[in-house]
Design a protein around this ligand. Structure first.
Ligand SMILES: N[C@@H](CCC(=O)N[C@@H](CS)C(=O)NCC(=O)O)C(=O)O
Length: 242
């Protein structure tokens, strides 16, 4: 059975939604990133040397062979799509459309939402320049997505639900916390309601809901963003020493 190393955040949800949508049996292994569990030597050696979740271990990988470890949410989606034949077309042009929008999320929407969120909600000092820069960039990306959804009139990369929708949805779900009013993006609003209504999406978003703390504790802030004496600082020092 596939092991999903997971914490309920947007990157984690992309993988839980995919596993649920595909109906693949899996076992969730919590990685409490607020306690620094992504920095333990076991995690780094066996799960992901990049100190991040999500990651999966597939004991019966595509093509056979040894159990396979895969990290990076986008790569996990492509892998599971290949394994199941779901949500990634085989026709080369349609496939390219899906991969293009998947990469748009991985390289744009995800990181920009992360930065906007950091400077709006978590940074210990308010930096107006950063808040303006990432807020503007995020609103620009919402505009790009809105335009695309107006073009297709259905899903992000064309008529069918795909891994591009799965990758993008968890980030759009954070719109309120990002200070974004979805009523200004009518096509996104329409798409969001449609994809959110899918039972597999709902099950994926519900995975580990009880684990998510409503407010980030000081210890979690240090584990995630600390640069000095916290877990992340120590992990960085270990890297630098190697
Ligand atoms: N590029 C990675 C990013 C994963 C990522 O940033 N995960 C975050 C949670 S959403 C994490 O593990 N953070 C812990 C940390 O930064 O220490 C992916 O797409 O999977």
């Amino acid at each position: 059975m596939i092991e999903l190393h997971y914490w309920p955040t947007p990157n984690g949800w992309t993988c839980s939604i995919m596993l649920e949508e595909c109906g693949l049996p899996y076992r969730m292994v919590p990685v409490n990133i607020g306690r620094g569990e992504q920095f333990t030597p076991e995690f780094v050696a066996l799960i992901n040397p990049h100190h991040k979740m999500p990651a999966i271990i597939d004991p019966q990988p595509l093509g056979g062979g040894e159990p396979m470890q895969i990290s990076e949410a986008g790569a996990i989606l492509v892998y599971l799509a290949g394994k199941t034949g779901r949500f990634l077309p085989t026709d080369s042009l349609a496939r390219l459309q899906v991969l293009q929008w998947l990469m748009w999320q991985v390289g744009g929407l995800g990181p920009m939402t992360g930065q906007n969120s950091h400077f709006l909600q978590y940074a210990s000092e308010k930096v107006p320049y950063a808040i303006t820069r990432y807020g503007n960039e995020l609103r620009r990306l919402y505009g790009v997505l809105d335009h695309q959804l107006g073009r297709t009139g259905s899903h992000v990369a064309g008529p069918d639900f795909s891994i591009a929708d799965i990758a993008i949805l968890p980030w759009i779900r954070m719109h309120n916390a990002q200070g974004i009013d979805l009523s200004a993006f009518a096509h996104i609003g329409r798409w969001y309601e449609t994809v959110l209504a899918r039972p597999g999406v709902q099950r994926g978003l519900a995975l580990g809901r009880e684990l998510r703390a409503p407010v980030l504790s000081e210890a979690a802030r240090e584990a995630l963003f600390g640069s000095g004496s916290g877990t992340q600082g120590l992990a960085r020092q270990r890297w630098a020493a190697n």
